[in-house]
Design a protein around this ligand. Structure first.
Ligand SMILES: C[S@@+](CC[C@H](N)C(=O)[O-])C[C@H]1O[C@@H](n2cnc3c(N)ncnc32)[C@H](O)[C@@H]1O
Length: 787
């Protein structure tokens, strides 16, 4: 079972599905300290030397690079308004700060932008992550990274892992499928790309489906994508190779069309032998046949993706493995299988600063005994017959490899730019897929028969030579054994042939579709059957249900906040429990349409952005309040009365104090807030450019407008964000680097209310205000916890 393979097929629960070190997790063993582990493996060395992945002189350099610990890498969320502010914060604050720091007498090399990553949004810091975490001197930077990661302004991600989504070239109107998405660092890039180029408040026309076969890992995806506040995302839980068809309804009796995607990412489960810098145990665990079980599932995922891709669409296949069996072999055989429908794209002009090597056009296959085999035909029969897919681990004929430009695949090695190892292939669908599957199966059958014939001849030859030495009993029995073995292997091969001829790579979905034309679906009106009968169609959560904006509680909410018609009324949904809902989510029109078409076919784990959440305040004007993550989505559609534009001084008061009294704000704000109903959500807006003249504004580097959900109590106004979001704002606005646990302390220390002189006997009105303030504070505590 390969790492991230199909241990948990379909809607599997639990288990590790990731790449890289996952093959060691879950095993009970005595762990040696990382430093004691041997960072070498004889078979690894022998295998990759034989593959000539780099020149002889370069090989030791590569091996050495693969033994060193990875630097820290991170990416700024480029689609956000504040991305530029975050980048400038690193350049103007942290880089000078690092110049003054030494650790154990050594100077620290400040972070630097990855030269191939667009807009200087990708960064590398030579200090490894563990050292960064432990170092007192670097705690300010560490706190910055942790907080900004939590709130979605930064993603910590291995540099090479950032590469595949960049080659997908996602645009706002694209339908994108991420086949094997968890934990979701590349999904985040896809969502960013979808939103970039779209004005703040505008919703792109496309969508991203982030899918993973492992349910628990799909749930990890939810956290990742929630940080990005996109209404254009759906998280699903299917085996990639069985990702269901979603049918477009068509008029009349013509064939039903399936929804196809403009862009598909197949970042497939793999052996992860390019991740030795991160997963040291790969060294001791590596085996030559690790890839055998992975190649078939990788191929099936890629084949399914090819079917689901639009003609003219682009697909990226990637692994963090160096093994040609998981890389070029998969790509070459799938491209060959589809006979001209897929082509490898020449991307040599894209991202020229990214150092890479061409794909291999020839390689050898190593068996567990360490023997290297040049071709399937030359393999001993016994070995060749052991695996149904063995012939697919080898290259195709040289001419075919050349014709398909296998060298257009990209190999990224650790020593080229101080990263992990990666493989990326960019494919385009140039014609609809219309393979005659039977013809294809017959061709594969012929290959196997030819190999069998050859083996039979070999066995005969051996038998005859053994007969020559009649007196040697041992030789005679050896002859018999060889002949029997050949027969047994033949029998095995026949079974293989039948399997190959009958179902062509075992994918029942393939038969079902010919590029958008559903042959079988016509007349199939029975109940929906899950693609994989072993998959339980029901997820543990209640399903999402679209809400009617023209009646019931949703109408009350929309009317209360005065949400304008510019926000589509069709995109509100929720999970209903006991006839009630706690939160309202919003999705784009594209997601709405897709979910409508898919019905129960899609196992939807999560979708959209949460925009309203049920209040726990008794006398609130509305039973639902605005939710922080939903603010960017809903703000452009709210009337002015829901928005309070503030000065820098008011912003500072709100960030520094616990539930500041309304009287602590400027007169201008107090005047404006009178028009807002008490016990209600309001959005505070600070425009640093418009307020550039504010005397107190200490940092000129802010450029993005800040929008902060607040609760307008009876006598106070309080920020309604979780602690990480608050920390992030305090970092950026006030230049104070505190971690989430210190936020309460900071606020209390600055609380003007606690510094007020002891009150004289209170007038009745004042006493009432105090009581209300206490009530507001209680609400605030409760709400922040609820977030
Ligand atoms: C290499 S990881 C993906 C990493 C991810 N793209 C990212 O950038 O964060 C491979 C993922 O494939 C999932 N997986 C394994 N078998 C699968 C299958 N048959 N179909 C879809 N996903 C699968 C695993 O659960 C795992 O999360």
């Amino acid at each position: 079972m390969g790492r991230g393979g199909r241990k948990n097929k379909g809607g599997s629960r639990g288990g590790k599905g990731g790449r890289g070190g996952s093959h060691v997790s879950g095993e009970r063993q005595t762990y040696k300290s990382f430093n004691d582990l041997r960072r070498d493996n004889d078979n690894f060395r022998k295998y990759y030397t034989a593959q000539k992945i780099v020149s002889e002189e370069e090989f030791p350099v590569l091996m050495e690079a693969m033994r060193t610990v990875l630097p820290t890498n991170f990416r700024i969320t480029g689609s956000r308004q504040q991305a530029v502010d975050i980048r400038e914060q690193i350049i103007n604050e942290f880089i000078p700060y690092f110049k003054d720091i030494t650790i154990e007498g050594a100077e620290i090399e400040p972070p630097h932008p990855l030269e191939w990553y667009p807009n200087n949004f990708g960064w590398q810091f030579t200090i490894p992550r563990v050292a960064l975490k432990k170092s007192k001197e670097l705690s300010k930077f560490h706190s910055f990274l942790v907080t900004e990661t939590e709130v979605g302004n930064i993603s910590r991600q291995e540099a090479v892992s950032m590469v595949p989504p960049l080659f997908l070239d996602v645009r706002p109107d694209h339908y994108v499928l991420d086949m094997c998405a968890a934990p979701g660092s590349k999904t985040a890039q896809l969502i960013e790309a979808l939103h970039s180029g779209v004005d703040a408040g505008q919703t792109p026309g496309g969508l991203v489906i982030a899918n993973d076969a492992d349910y628990k890992r799909a749930c990890m995806l939810v956290h990742q994508v929630n940080r990005l506040n996109s209404p254009n995302i759906v998280v699903t839980n299917h085996s990639g190779e069985r990702f269901p068809n979603i049918y477009r309804s068509t008029e009349g009796s013509g064939p039903r069309q399936i929804v196809q995607f403009d862009r598909i990412l197949c970042d497939v489960p793999c052996s992860g032998d390019g991740t030795t810098r991160k997963n040291v145990r790969v060294w001791e665990k590596w085996r030559p046949d690790d890839a055998y079980a992975l190649n078939p599932i990788q191929s099936k995922i890629l084949q399914r993706a090819a079917y689901l891709l639009k003609t003219g669409g682009r697909l990226v296949y990637s692994t963090c493995s160096l093994n040609p069996i998981e890389n070029e072999a998969v790509v070459a055989h799938v491209v060959d299988h589809f006979e001209g429908a897929l082509r490898l794209v020449d991307v040599s002009n894209q991202m020229p600063a990214l150092k890479r090597r061409p794909g291999l056009d020839t390689w050898k296959v190593m068996t567990r005994d360490g023997v290297l085999h040049d071709s399937f035909e030359a393999m001993p029969l016994e070995t060749a017959g052991r695996r149904k897919h063995m012939h697919k681990f080898f290259p195709l004929e040289p001419k075919r490899m050349e014709e398909m430009h296998i060298d257009r695949c990209m190999r990224i090695y650790s020593h080229l730019q101080n990263t992990g190892g990666f493989f990326v292939a960019v494919l385009e669908k140039v014609a609809p897929i219309s393979v005659d599957e039977k013809k294809k199966a017959a061709a594969e059958h012929a290959i196997l028969v030819a190999a069998t014939e050859k083996a039979r001849a070999q066995a005969k030859e051996l038998a005859e030579s053994a007969m020559d030495v009649e007196t040697e009993t041992e030789g005679a029995s050896a002859t018999k054994r060889v002949a029997n073995d050949a027969d047994a292997a033949d029998a095995k091969r026949v079974k293989v042939d039948i399997a190959a001829a009958s179902d062509v790579d075992d994918d029942e979905n393939e038969d079902d579709i010919v590029d958008g034309d559903d042959k079988e679906a016509k007349g199939r009106n029975g109940p929906y059957l899950p693609d994989n009968p072993r998959e339980d169609p029901a997820l543990p959560e209640n399903p999402f249900v679209f809400l009617d904006a023209n009646e019931g509680e949703l109408k009350t909410i929309l009317d209360y906040y005065g949400v304008k018609d510019t926000l589509s009324r069709n995109g509100f949904l929720s999970r209903i429990e006991n006839d009630a809902f706690r939160s309202v989510y919003n999705v784009s029109d594209s997601v709405r349409e897709l979910m409508g078409l898919a019905g129960q076919r899609l196992r939807v784990v999560n979708t959209g952005i949460r925009v309203f959440s049920r209040n726990c305040v008794k006398d609130a004007g509305c039973a639902f309040r605005l939710v922080c993550e939903g603010v960017p989505q809903i703000l452009p559609h709210l009337p002015d009365r829901c928005v309070l534009n503030v000065s820098f001084s008011d912003l500072k008061t709100l960030l520094e104090q616990v539930n500041p009294l309304l009287t602590a704000l400027s007169e201008e704000s107090q005047e404006r807030i009178k028009n807002v109903m008490p016990s209600s959500s309001i959005i505070v807006r600070y425009d640093p450019v418009a307020r550039a003249g504010d005397a107190e504004q200490p940092f000129t580097r802010l450029t993005a407008v800040l929008t902060i959900p607040c609760w307008r109590g009876h006598a106070s106004l309080s920020v309604h964000m979780d602690k990480n979001q608050l920390c992030s704002l305090i970092h950026r606005v006030l230049g104070r680097y505190i971690d989430r646990n210190a936020v309460g302390g900071l606020k209390l220390a600055n609380n003007t209310r606690s510094q007020e002189p002891a009150a004289e006997p209170k007038a009745e009105v004042e006493a009432e205000v105090e009581a209300k303030v206490e009530a507001d504070a209680a609400v605030d505590d409760e709400e922040v916890v609820a977030e």
